[in-house]
Design a protein around this ligand. Structure first.
Ligand code: AMP
Length: 191
């Protein structure tokens, strides 16, 4: 499977985040998958790519021209896709991937991951999406989502459209065993 990983581009985060990205990358390669990601050599992005490379996994890096110009691209990719815009980059990653994993990350990670969750909620795809809640990183976000469920901004059925696991290997297990379900309507008063 081509597995899309969204994760931090920061080198300044605690080493546990970088290490778990590397563990995920190593498992992607050793379990016969490919990595599709934002193409950078920095932060958890670089760590997941180097991990995949260490175990012989194929790496597809998708990066917009502007960021490519910053010189942060990981030169070990097997396939380099340079897009005109950020939107095109997300589109390529979304359409090529068989499933999506969010490791801890910043605004870029949140934006990308929320987009694939929204597309799934609206029935544009039925691929697996999973958060890696390493050491409770995503707990505040999950608490916020609980508020959205409680106050009917989101339907309870949405819960089954994403998973939360606590380590990167469990995320890979989830993707490998995922059976797509038909999406329930997003709306409360609509068929
Ligand atoms: P952030 O979580 O804010 O560090 O942003 C990381 C996410 O945004 C990644 O999943 C990438 O797809 C994208 N991204 C951020 N910075 C870069 C970069 N320098 N090169 C490529 N993609 C990046």
């Amino acid at each position: 499977m081509d597995i899309c990983v969204y994760c931090s581009s920061s080198d300044a985060v605690d080493s546990k985040y970088l290490e778990s990205a590397r563990v995920l990358g190593r498992a992607i390669g050793s379990r016969g998958h490919s990595l599709i990601y934002g193409g950078a050599a920095v932060g958890s992005m670089g760590a997941v790519a180097r991990g995949t490379q260490e175990t012989g996994g194929r790496i597809i890096g998708v990066i917009p021209e502007k960021l490519y110009g910053f010189g942060l691209f990981f030169d070990g990719v097997d396939e380099k896709i340079v897009t005109g815009t950020m939107r095109q980059r997300k589109e390529v990653m979304e359409s090529r991937a068989g499933g999506f994993i969010a490791l801890p990350g910043g605004l870029g990670t949140m934006e990308e991951f929320f987009e694939v969750m929204v597309l799934k909620q609206l029935g544009y795809h039925s691929k697996a999406v999973v958060f890696v809640d390493l050491d409770g990183f995503y707990e505040p976000l999950m608490e916020f989502l609980e508020k959205l469920y409680k106050e009917n901004f989101m339907k309870d059925g949405t819960r089954s459209q994403y998973a939360v696991v606590h380590d990167p290997l469990a995320a890979l297990d989830y993707l490998e065993n995922y059976v797509p379900e038909a999406a329930e309507s997003k709306w409360f008063k609509h068929p």
